[in-house]
Design a protein around this ligand. Structure first.
Ligand code: GAR
Length: 187
């Protein structure tokens, strides 16, 4: 049995998709959802999916006690699915190459501090990039820096808007993120 924890801050469409993808797989269990945002719609989704939610604020998230709590779970993988806090070094050291993130652009471009969610798409459209996409990568101690596991591309149209690009990126995430997770679990 592979044990996963999913960290979220927002809407939770990736959380939902991952949970549905693995629902009928007896070898994969989503043991909990970690959420730092009391207003996140992810909380509703997790409840409907029957997954326990552990709320955490920034201070607690960075505490040694929280790292210990996570270490005690003996997880096979931590999945950051739209999670906006920086992961502390202690947690990364507790789970080396066992934390993955999805980023809504083609890293190393449009990554780093401030580049999350719609801000990424606004910047990509403003720069008239011909392509954008998604990056699934391991998490290391530098923001959006770790080894790349998977990238998928989409073309921008001449009349692309941040919203229309967001919809394309959303489709890529729905198609590829669970598959990337499955591949990492098999390594
Ligand atoms: C996703 O597009 C994800 O790639 C992005 O946040 C969104 C969360 O959507 N992540 C980042 O920007 C991380 N820097 P969701 O809550 O509906 O899954």
């Amino acid at each position: 049995m592979k044990k996963i924890s999913i960290f979220v801050s927002g809407n939770g469409t990736n959380l939902q998709r991952i949970a549905e993808y693995f629902k009928n797989n007896p070898d994969v269990e989503i043991v909990n959802v970690i959420c730092n945002n009391p207003k996140a719609y992810s909380i509703e989704r997790a409840k409907k999916l029957g997954i326990p939610v552990r709320m955490v604020n920034r201070q607690e998230f960075n505490s040694p006690a929280f790292t210990q709590e996570m270490a005690d779970l003996q997880l096979d993988l931590i999945v950051l699915a739209g999670f906006l806090l920086k992961v502390p070094a202690s947690l990364i050291q507790a789970y080396p190459r066992k934390i993955v993130n999805i980023h809504p652009a083609l890293l190393p471009n449009y990554g780093g501090k401030g580049f999350y969610g719609e801000h990424v798409h606004e910047a990509v459209v403003a720069a008239k990039e011909p392509f954008s996409g998604i990056t699934v990568h391991y998490v290391d101690e530098i923001y959006d820096n770790g080894e790349i596991i998977l990238q998928a591309y989409t073309k921008l149209d001449e009349k692309e808007t941040p919203d229309s690009l967001a919809a394309k990126i959303h489709q890529l995430e729905q198609a590829y993120f669970p598959v990337a997770i499955e591949q990492v679990l098999a390594r």
